[in-house]
Design a protein around this ligand. Structure first.
Ligand code: ARG
Length: 409
């Protein structure tokens, strides 16, 4: 049986992708919680939605099937028992395992139809939306000024991160910060209960019930046997060892390239500084390379289920070796200029979504990087980015490939 998930490269023709159209969660962000919500500013929702619709249309116009995360989630919860079980978990992970607030939230959420319930959970539930007679001491004494019973999920439109498709399977991620951890509970239910995915042989390479952290922005499928991953603010070395062991044991993957990037907010994931755009072409933010060097580790299966590790520093050579290419073209964000490069990287100039070999979707604002890509022979589809970019993610972050065509060679 053909798995409903099939991604054996970063660049094979994109057939099906999962997006999330930003909703009211964006309007539940206010200055006091910006930092904790992992955003630097508040997008203006109507324009963010217009921009997102334009992004979706750009993909559809290329014949790509667009699935929506919240719709898949609602479909997964069609059965009352499944919905109840999901809600209990979601409430517990939102800090309400039992008690009066739990009961009131549950009653409130169950009073809605399933799609409205899913949208509401993503948007967040304010305290003034529900009525409880009994509140806890913590609620009265410690949290009285806090407006939410359930926090909004303003990063839900970055569908790249809660999960990642690899081969015929998926990782369902234990994400780093509380602000995003509940997002992957939706993924778990989509894979287990949405008819498109349920009982269709989707291999879960790693589920979300782990202590070590991993996010999809760090996970890059370079080929049908080479997987690259960032050692970053969001993905730890221990999680990488775990996923490497699982892939080596059960899949076609025999090489994991782990790249150590700076641990900061501007470069939170590998895909904010490095993406694959063609068989032998990549974009890279020049600031992560120190004279072309960066700490890189090549992992291979060793004896008795162990993992062999080699330390390297020349990224270009590593890529030539693992992809078996005579030459790799590393295209610098912002043409390597000391001001333009960090400026365009900040607004995701390195975060390209490749929709076919040599064909990408990028933000229009990064015009220096876009012109350079064209000079290197890449076909660039630009999308609008004034509001979407305020969430600190670009076209690759906003998309989760579900099916790509296999590469011919
Ligand atoms: N794949 C990515 N680079 N995603 C970007 C996510 C941005 C989001 N504000 C976060 O901090 O989580």
């Amino acid at each position: 049986m053909q798995s409903p998930i099939h991604v054996t490269s970063e660049i094979g023709k994109l057939k099906t992708v999962m997006l999330h159209r930003p909703g009211h969660e964006i309007e539940n962000v206010y200055p006091d919680i910006l930092h904790r919500m992992l955003v630097d500013d508040i997008p203006y929702l109507p324009i963010a939605q217009e921009e997102h619709d334009y992004f979706a249309k750009t993909l559809k116009d290329q014949g790509i099937e667009v699935l929506y995360f919240a719709k898949l989630a609602a479909e997964a919860l069609a059965d009352d028992q499944v919905k109840n079980e999901f809600l209990e978990k979601m409430l517990a992970e939102s800090g309400h395992a039992a008690g009066a607030v739990h009961d009131a939230l549950k009653e409130y959420l169950l009073s809605m139809d399933t799609q409205a319930m899913v949208d509401k959970i993503i948007a967040g539930v304010r305290k003034d939306e529900i009525h409880t007679k009994f509140v806890s001491l913590a609620e009265m004494a410690e949290d009285a000024d806090y407006p939410f019973f359930m926090d909004p999920m303003p990063n839900a439109y970055f569908t790249r991160d809660p999960q990642a498709s690899i081969g015929d399977g998926i990782t369902i991620n234990h994400m780093t910060f509380k602000a995003r951890q509940r997002e992957s509970l939706f993924t778990e239910y989509i894979i287990k209960h949405n008819p498109r995915f349920a009982n269709k042989g989707v291999h879960v390479w790693r589920d979300r019930y782990h202590d070590t952290r991993i996010e999809g922005g760090d996970e890059l499928v370079l080929s049908d046997h080479v997987f690259a991953i960032g050692i970053s603010q969001r993905t730890s070395a221990d999680a990488i060892m775990d996923i490497a062991r699982n892939l080596f044991k059960d899949s076609n993957y025999d090489t994991v390239v782990a790249i150590h990037i700076p641990h900061n907010h501007a470069m939170m994931h590998l895909d904010t500084v490095f993406t694959m755009i063609n068989y032998d072409q990549f974009t890279v933010h020049p600031q992560i390379l120190d004279g072309g060097k960066i700490d890189t580790y090549i992992l291979h299966p060793g004896k008795d289920g162990e993992v062999e590790i080699q330390h390297r520093t020349d990224l270009q050579k590593v890529l030539e070796e693992v992809l078996d290419k005579p030459e790799i073209d590393l295209i610098p964000t912002g043409n390597g200029d000391p001001i333009v490069a960090p400026r365009e990287q900040w607004n995701d100039g390195s975060n390209t979504l490749t929709i076919a070999p040599g064909e990408v979707v990028t933000y229009d604002r990064n015009y220096v990087s876009n012109d350079l890509l064209r000079k290197h022979g890449i076909l660039v589809h630009e999308v609008r980015s004034s509001e979407l970019s305020r969430g600190r993610g670009g076209p690759r972050c906003m998309s989760c490939p579900i099916v790509r065509e296999d590469l011919k060679n």
